[in-house]
Design a protein. Structure first.
Length: 323
């Protein structure tokens, strides 16, 4: 299957259309909320969202508190996972149930009170207007979110490496406030089990040639992080590196391989130059040259082979790109 040469990904700012809320009444909108030990916030989150004409699915990801019962009492449909499996698994479970409702748009929403239900119309508007397949709510498009400095530094770093590796530039690659058109949610847009799920969506948006639009939202940091900032950051970084290896093998293996091979060749040239000048074989430098050249060729050939295999799989088995 030949890919189009031009990209279909765009980033644009949107202003709220007064008719959007009325549009919600004529469309089937399903909100999916992954939640883990969110009994403090989940009830108010669901109640605020249900002020709009939408359906809400809360996926209780193995919580040990009353997240599930409170969400159900607030009016949400609740899916309860027996044990904590990660945000990606929870979203998959929610999407599977949401798809049975045949919605016009699925929206992902965090259950910790950070996202504002009042931003829902502006997040769904580009999908309902046919202007986007995936809408990302960005906390960085307008200065309305007081983002802690350590988070902003981490997000900037993850935005950079995700943009360079996926080819889809966004200002908030870690945002969990997103809307998906029918084309997007039937394209199977994520497989990661943890917080790398948002970054993976950019890789798959590129693979499926889905149109990505960003809109400004406001995030409120109402509680301290449940997880270690360093631990979660390391988890996300490890996940992004895994995604690069999976979706961009030529970049992951080929670029380092080419660099290491070049260094090995330079050492080899140096060894030849030394021998030509003083008729002495620099054994140490020669061994380094051979070792680096072998490692470089191995990495480079691995990247080329994996890249070729992916291309063949896409040509003959288009749906295997995410397997």
């Amino acid at each position: 299957m030949d890919k189009q040469s031009n990209t279909t990904n765009h980033i644009e700012a949107f202003t709220i259309n007064p008719s959007t809320i009325e549009m919600l009444q004529h469309h089937r909108v399903v909100i999916v909320i992954p939640a883990y030990n969110e009994e403090r916030f989940i009830g108010s989150v669901v109640l605020k969202i249900l002020k709009y004409p939408v359906s809400v699915i809360v996926v209780d990801d193995g919580s040990s508190d009353d997240t599930a019962s409170i969400a159900e009492a607030a009016g949400a449909n609740v899916i309860k996972l027996e044990k904590n499996q990660g945000k990606g698994k929870a979203l998959n479970a929610g999407f599977q149930t949401a798809c049975l409702m045949d919605p016009d748009v699925i929206v992902t929403f965090d259950g910790d009170g950070q996202h504002l239900a009042s931003d829902l119309p502006i997040v769904v508007q580009p999908v309902l207007n046919g202007q986007a397949d995936i809408v990302i709510g960005s906390r960085y498009m307008q200065p309305t979110s007081k983002v802690p400095l350590y988070r902003e530094i981490g997000h900037t770093f993850f935005n950079l490496i995700t943009r360079l590796s996926s080819g889809v530039p966004v200002t908030d690659s870690q945002s969990g406030y997103r809307a998906f058109s029918r084309k997007a949610y039937t394209s199977d847009v994520f497989h990661s089990t943890n917080f790398t799920v948002e970054s993976e969506m950019q890789f798959l948006a590129k693979e499926y040639e889905l149109k990505v639009v960003e809109v400004p939202i406001t995030i409120r940091y109402v509680d301290k992080p449940k997880r270690s900032v360093i631990g979660q950051g390391s988890m996300v970084l490890n996940g992004i590196l895994h995604l690069i290896g999976q979706y961009r093998p030529l970049m992951f293996f080929g670029v380092p391989g080419a660099f290491i091979l070049t260094v090995g060749i330079v050492f080899g040239i140096w060894v030849v130059d030394i021998y030509a000048r003083i008729r002495t074989l620099a054994v140490g430098y020669a061994m380094i040259s051979v070792l680096l050249s072998m490692i470089g060729m191995l990495l480079l050939s691995t990247g080329i082979i994996l890249h070729s295999i992916r291309a063949l799989l896409f040509d003959y088995f288009p749906h295997s790109r995410n397997s």
